[in-house]
Write a new protein. Structure first.
Lengths: 255, 203
C-alpha cells in the first residue's frame, strides 16, 4: 500500500469505523513501514479520543428548565387555552358514581332493546294464533236462524278481525319505532365521559350542564379512541360536561 | 411502549401538551449540545433550542417524515439558527463564554480517579478539542459536530446540512486534518494515553 492509498481510509480507521479486513491489514502493515503515515494516524486517534472525552463531558448537558416552561406557555397560547390540559386516564373517585349511573342507564336501554326484539318476534305468532282461532270451522247447525246468526257473527268477527289486524299493524309499527329509538339511544352513548381535569384541580362538581359540540375527529386520538385516516378531518359530535363554574369537566364522543 | 415521533406529532397537532413536552424532552439535549458545540455559548444554545422547538410548534406541517427523521429536521433548523447568530455576532465573536468557563467539571465522574495525571491530561484534551472545534470554519465545524460528536451517519448529516454525502466526507476529512494540526500546535498529543484498540477495525 502506498501513502496516497492509505490516506482515504486513515480517518475511518481512526474513528473505529468498519473497514474491510484485507484493507485494514494492509493499512496496518503500511503503518509499520511509513513513519509519516503512522504519525498522521496517531494524531487522528488522539483526536478521536479527544472528541470522545469532550462528548462525554457534554452528555448530561441540556437546555435550562426555563426553556421548557416558556415553550409550554407558548404551546398553550397557540392552542388557545389558558389552563393546561392534563388528561387523567384514571378517573377520580367522584367519577366512579357517574360511571355507575351511565352503566345502569346503558343496561336499562339494553334490556328495553331486548324486550322490544322479543316482542317483535312474538307478535307475528300471537297474530297467527288469533287468526287461527278466528278462522276455525264453526259447528254445523241445521237451523236457518242459527245459520243467519252465525253468518252475522262471522261478519262481525271479520270486521273485528280487520280492526284488530289494523290496530295490531299500527301498534307494531309504533313499537318498531320505539325500538329504533331505543337502539339509537343505546348507540348514542358511544364512549364514557373522559375527565378533562384532575381531581382537586378545581372545585368539586355540584351541578352541571351537558352541551353538545362538534370537535375535529383528531381529538379522538388524544383520548386513545380509534380513528381511521379518512375520518381524521371530519368533525365528530361530543358532549361537554360543564360544571357550575362554567369549566369543562368531562367529554364524551358520539358516533 | 414508547410512542413514535409521528404519533407524538399528531397528538401535538391535536392540542395535547404532553405530546409536545415528550418530544421536547426527547430531543432537547441533542439540539442543545449541537448548538453549544457550534456556538460555544450555553446562553446561545438555550436560545437556539427554544427557537427550534418554537418553529416546530408554530408549523409542524413543515416536517415531512418521508424525507427523514425528526431529529435531522430539528438539526436543520438549529443549524440555520446558529449560523444566523454567528453571522450577527461575528465582529464580537468570542470562543468561550463566561458561563462556560467552568470547564470540564461534568466529566470528572466519568474518568477513573486512579490516575490523576491522566485524568488531568484527558480534561485538558477535551477542552482543547472543544476550543479547536470552535475555531473551525462553520462549514467544517457543523460536520464534525454532527458526525463525530453526535455520531450521525454521513447520510443523516447530509440530510441535516442539505448537501451530498461526498461533501460531508470531504469536509470531515478536511476538518479533522485541521483539528489534528491545531491540537499538534497546542501540544496536546504526547500527554495522553490512548485507550482505543488499534486493531478494532478487524473485528
Amino acid at each position: 500500500m502506498k501513502c496516497h492509498e492509505f490516506e482515504p481510509i486513515i480517518i475511518s480507521l481512526a474513528r473505529g469505523q468498519s473497514v474491510e479486513a484485507a484493507a485494514c491489514e494492509t493499512a496496518l502493515s503500511h503503518l509499520d513501514r511509513c513513519a509519516r503515515c503512522a504519525s498522521a494516524f496517531e494524531e487522528q486517534r488522539i483526536l478521536t479520543v479527544g472528541i470522545r472525552v469532550a462528548t462525554e463531558s457534554l452528555v448530561n448537558q441540556g437546555a435550562s428548565p426555563r426553556i421548557e416552561v416558556a415553550l409550554r406557555r407558548a404551546f398553550r397560547e397557540q392552542v388557545g387555552r389558558s389552563a393546561p390540559r392534563r388528561i387523567n386516564l384514571q378517573p377520580p373517585e367522584n367519577w366512579r358514581w357517574s360511571r355507575l349511573v351511565i352503566g345502569a342507564a346503558a343496561a336499562i336501554l339494553s334490556l328495553a332493546f331486548l324486550a322490544g326484539t322479543d316482542w317483535l318476534k312474538s307478535a307475528p305468532e300471537k297474530q297467527k294464533r288469533e287468526a287461527t282461532s278466528l278462522t276455525a270451522t264453526p259447528p254445523i247447525s241445521g237451523h236457518k236462524e242459527e245459520r243467519e246468526k252465525q253468518a252475522l257473527a262471522e261478519g262481525r268477527r271479520d270486521q273485528n278481525q280487520k280492526i284488530v289486524s289494523n290496530s295490531g299493524g299500527s301498534r307494531r309499527l309504533s313499537k318498531r319505532q320505539g325500538v329504533r329509538r331505543n337502539v339509537e339511544k343505546a348507540n348514542e352513548v358511544a364512549t364514557r365521559f373522559y375527565p378533562l381535569v384532575e381531581e382537586g384541580e378545581i372545585a368539586p362538581l355540584e351541578s352541571g350542564v351537558i352541551v353538545r359540540v362538534e370537535a375535529p375527529a383528531s381529538t379522538l386520538i388524544s383520548f386513545g379512541l380509534p380513528i381511521t385516516a379518512e375520518n381524521i378531518n371530519r368533525p365528530v359530535q361530543a358532549d361537554l360536561l360543564l360544571g357550575q363554574d362554567g369549566l369543562a369537566r368531562a367529554i364524551r364522543f358520539l358516533p | 411502549m414508547t410512542p413514535s415521533d409521528d404519533e407524538l406529532l399528531r397528538l401535538m397537532m391535536s392540542g395535547v401538551e404532553e405530546a409536545f413536552a415528550t418530544l421536547y424532552r426527547r430531543y432537547q439535549g441533542r439540539v442543545f449540545r449541537f448548538a453549544l458545540l457550534m456556538s460555544g455559548c450555553p446562553a446561545t444554545a438555550d436560545d437556539v433550542t427554544q427557537e427550534v422547538f418554537l418553529a416546530l410548534l408554530r408549523d409542524p406541517c413543515q416536517y415531512d417524515s418521508s424525507r427523514g427523521a425528526l431529529l435531522t429536521y430539528l438539526y436543520g433548523i438549529a443549524r440555520k439558527q446558529v449560523l444566523r447568530v454567528l453571522k450577527r455576532s461575528r465582529p464580537f465573536a468570542q470562543l468561550v463564554c463566561e458561563t462556560d468557563e467552568e470547564g470540564p467539571a461534568p466529566i470528572r465522574h466519568l474518568i477513573s480517579q486512579d490516575d490523576p495525571l491522566n485524568e488531568l491530561a484527558r480534561n485538558e484534551l477535551a477542552g482543547a478539542v472543544r476550543q479547536a472545534v470552535l475555531a473551525l470554519p462553520a462549514r467544517y465545524r457543523e460536520v464534525v459536530v454532527l458526525c463525530d460528536f453526535q455520531e450521525m451517519s454521513y447520510a443523516e448529516a447530509a440530510e441535516a446540512l442539505d448537501c451530498s454525502v461526498g461533501t460531508i466526507s470531504s469536509r470531515l476529512n478536511r476538518a479533522r486534518a485541521l483539528l489534528a494540526r491545531r491540537l499538534r500546535a497546542g501540544g496536546q498529543a504526547p500527554h495522553v494515553s490512548l485507550d482505543t484498540d488499534r486493531r478494532r477495525c478487524l473485528a
